[in-house]
Write a protein that binds this ligand. Structure first.
Ligand code: HEC
Length: 142
């Protein structure tokens, strides 16, 4: 009987440490969430280097929601940075900024072995990532 209790305790500790690690990485609040991209023209498996949805009204709406769910906890509400991560309003609009944006968003960013930003390739599809970019472009400020 005693052994049974001990192994239950072990499982609990293991489960709790997994949660602790997830929370540290996710800053403890909002977990990354899939974004519903219904209605947007599907983009297929090939990754594009430029945003096909730039200026697309539906994409901008979906992107605002996608940003709030996945990026705001680090980059700030409405893309206004609180200092934890760069202010994405300053990201260059158009093709120049697109390439940098999609690379960072897909792969994340690791500096000297320390993960600074998670990659979103397994969480968001290409449609969702470009929708977020379409919304960010509407927030552009020098
Ligand atoms: C866990 C915190 C975190 C989350 C969540 C996060 N980022 Fe980041 N992001 C960072 C940090 C930190 C950097 C700065 C990396 C560096 O250069 O040191 C960064 C950099 C970037 C850059 C480059 C900005 C520049 O000025 O060069 C882009 C683009 C970006 N993030 C987009 C996104 C998008 C889009 C999302 C949501 C889908 C997102 N990030 C979610 C932390 C985060």
């Amino acid at each position: 009987m005693a052994i049974g209790y001990r192994s239950i305790a072990c499982v609990c500790i293991a489960v709790m440490s997994v949660f602790a690690v997830t929370n540290v990485f996710g800053h403890g609040d909002v977990q990354p969430q899939a974004v519903d991209t219904t209605g947007l023209e599907p983009l297929g498996d090939e990754w594009l280097a430029e945003n096909p949805y730039s200026g697309n009204e539906l994409a901008i709406k979906i992107g605002q929601d996608g940003y709030a769910k996945n990026c705001a906890r680090c980059h700030g509400l409405e893309a206004v940075s609180g200092g934890l991560a760069p202010d994405l309003r300053e990201l260059e609009p158009g093709a120049e900024g697109d390439e940098w944006y999609i690379d960072l968003t897909r792969n994340g960013y690791v500096q000297n072995g320390v993960p600074k930003m998670p990659g979103f390739e397994d969480i968001l599809n290409q449609e969702a990532m470009w929708a977020i970019r379409a919304w960010l472009e509407t927030k552009f400020e020098q």
